[in-house]
Design a protein around this ligand. Structure first.
Ligand code: SAH
Length: 371
């Protein structure tokens, strides 16, 4: 039994079953035993691999996108380049390097990283030291100082706790974690239905079949991000795996050593995530006063930014093996086959009201609920 499971059992013994959102928050962010606070989960030896770890092209293209946003804001003297959940700092290091080709951009950039993990903060510091950039760390987006900003978030929102509700004849009941008949941690539901859940479900057309699962992001991170864009100038890119439209379904999943695992089996030792509901994020953002564009698929977005041209450039003068590696990375980032990220991952852009369309998006791609 993991040390965190002992704590969770004590909590359940004292208070009864705990909501899925609380379970997820404890597993990921418990100050002593939380998954992200105790390790670097990324890479071949870790539990999962992300786009910036697959290829330098990902961070480079996002760096060029950021520089283009800065130019379309009329090149302010200082711009906050903010990253939420920067992992090993690879994306930011690649972005800063690529951004150097745009005159004045590097000098204007002030890097702000929102990161809770001390282990990953150290890795980010190491990765960014050669860039010479000014870097400041924060625990929450609300703590990043005001001012024109460009915000990047890759695989950040999927790591934020969600609440789950299960449909019964008389309404939605919050899903909870308690102790099952065999003494192991087990899912159950609150006997009393949740009136709030009916409001969360209003964007999903009925019928709601008994047993259907509704998910709701608990974190206020999107409201904070959009509020910042509504109050000042800037743009944000949210990249994650998830769905374009709100729907029903249990997407809570655990990953351990690159394999799916039982979310209740190893609390604090496996990564826990949920698919991102992009339509719900876009709705919260527009309600908070920001504009939303997309979502586009990651494959389409990266190709618009010039992924193929960048790959060709890298293959120029490369060895046969290096060329093959570039092609493999290109397919993993933008391909549509099983295990490739091109359509599984989506890109949502949020902007302050001044933007008619941000780089990589067409004005006609402003977010709207209708198909
Ligand atoms: N963006 C990186 C890492 C993704 S993993 C990449 O693409 O490789 C998720 C990241 O979010 C990690 O850096 C993790 O420590 C951070 N994180 C998770 N929950 C967080 C929270 N509530 N606040 C700030 N950072 C968080």
């Amino acid at each position: 039994m993991t040390p965190l499971e002992e704590e969770i059992r004590a909590l359940i013994a004292a208070e009864g079953p705990i909501p899925v959102s609380r379970y997820m928050a404890l597993c990921l962010a418990h100050p002593v035993h939380g998954y992200y606070l105790t390790r670097d989960p990324l890479g071949a030896k870790g539990d999962f691999t992300t786009a910036p770890e697959i290829s330098q092209m990902f961070g480079e293209l996002l760096g060029l996108w950021s520089a283009a946003v800065w130019q379309s804001m009329h090149a302010p003297q200082t711009v906050r380049l903010v990253e939420l959940g920067p992992g090993r700092g690879t994306l930011m290091a690649d972005a800063l390097r690529a951004g150097r080709i745009v005159p004045g951009f590097t000098d204007a950039v002030d890097v702000h990283l929102v990161e809770t993990s001390p282990v990953l903060r150290r890795k980010q510091e190491e990765a960014l030291r050669p860039s010479g950039a000014r870097v400041t760390w924060h625990a929450r987006i609300e703590d990043v100082p005001a001012g024109p900003s460009i915000i990047l978030a890759n695989e950040f929102f999927d790591a934020l706790p969600i609440a789950q509700f299960v449909r019964a004849a008389n309404g939605w009941h919050e899903r909870k974690v308690g102790i099952g008949p065999d003494g192991a941690l087990a899912f159950g539901v609150d006997p009393i239905s949740s009136p709030m859940a009916s409001a969360f479900a209003r964007h999903i057309p009925p019928p709601y079949k008994p047993g259907a699962v509704l998910e709701h992001l608990e974190s206020g991170a999107m409201e904070a991000l959009a509020g910042r864009l509504a109050a000042g100038e800037g743009a944000a890119l949210i990249i994650d795996y998830g769905h374009m439209r709100s729907g029903l379904g249990d997407t809570l999943q655990a990953l351990s050593a690159h394999r799916f695992a039982d979310p209740l089996a190893q609390p604090g030792e496996a990564d826990l995530t949920a698919h991102v509901d992009f339509a719900a994020l876009a709705r919260s953002a527009t309600r908070a006063g920001a504009r939303a564009f997309g979502p586009l698929t990651q494959g389409d977005f990266l190709e618009r930014l010039g992924l193929s041209a960048r790959a060709d450039r890298l293959k120029f003068n490369a060895t046969v093996d290096q060329k093959e590696a570039v092609d493999v990375a290109h397919r993993r980032l933008a391909g549509t086959a099983d295990g490739e990220m091109g359509t599984l991952f989506k890109v949502l852009c949020l902007t302050s009201t001044a933007f008619v369309s941000p780089p990589g998006f067409d004005p006609s791609e402003a977010f709207s609920e209708s198909p």
